[in-house]
Design a protein around this ligand. Sequence first.
Ligand code: NCD
Ligand code: ZN
Length: 355
Amino acid sequence: MSELISQTLTLIRPDDWHLHLRDGATLQSVIAHTARQFQRAIIMPNLQPPVTTGERALEYRERILDAVLKAGLPADAFTPLMTLYLTDNTSAEEIRGAYATGVIHAVKLYPAGATTNSDAGVTDLLGRCGDALEAMQDIGMPLLVHGEVTDPDVDLFDREAVFIERVMIPLRQRYPALKVVFEHLTTKEGVDYVSQADGPIAATLTAHHLLYNRNAIFQGGLRPHWYCLPVLKREVHRQALLEAATSGSPRFFLGTDSAPHARGRKEHACGCAGCYTALHAMELYATAFERAGRLDKLEAFASLNGPAFYGLPVNSGTLTLEKRPFTIPETVPMGDDELVPLAAGEALEWSVRED
Ligand code: NCD
Ligand code: ZN
């Protein structure tokens, strides 16, 4: 027992390659959770209005940096890596200008209607976004893909697999040198595609898709805090994702997709999609990796593979996890409201050490 209690795991400081911070009071409430665990994060641009221009991304970056300081953290505690929200009208000039700032690192594709604040997203990627994609391929700026079709005739659980056939394969045939990140991968079909495809492709994996299957949404009743997009899938998919994450392949890396929504917006007749995991991200990932017997692969997944794909340096700091139970709080404050973290009230096997 004492041996277990003293068991620690020190990693190169990790990064979160897919994060929703929101804005205003929500941003202020959640920023310290991410900064406690991660040095950098790729910041999703699905605000209202969306972050469609370099100018908006730079302004949003300033608000994030202000929030870091207001949270009482040193300025260098956290580095936001900004993204642009792709629309049917994004110009090549906008892309090139944004990338040239050195702080806007990628462009996010939301198929219109696929998820939270995606109404301004892309209606026809290959038909409408050719100039933007050409420019990105040319300068080496990654396209981050929410890989789900929105065709109402396609079953919700098949949206990712159908996206591969209808969009991902044609996209990458036309732009073979375009760097693509298949965000929050959720299926075996996705893992097979990303593992076997030629060229510069990678995928982020959330902690919740590594730990839970779709039963979690319905266990003992309908549980809205387990609802996210892409939705949790069958056990066979979870196993494929966990195998990919722990395989050591450089194509898979950490992206929490932590997505805060006020409690009342989740516990609602038409509840919002998104799981809040920024509070306990590394505890969740460590639990998943340990259950797979592959804790030795966590550092590559969390701290090395992402920077390698994005062409960024590896962080210099460290993060230490301890084998000490962590009970997830029932709620955390969010502005005047509150939010419910994923798996609230449950105990995880690992804790982040406060240095
Ligand atoms: C995200 C959000 O709330 O912004 N929700 C989610 O379920 N993951 C959007 C997204 O990444 O799809
Ligand atoms: Zn997301």
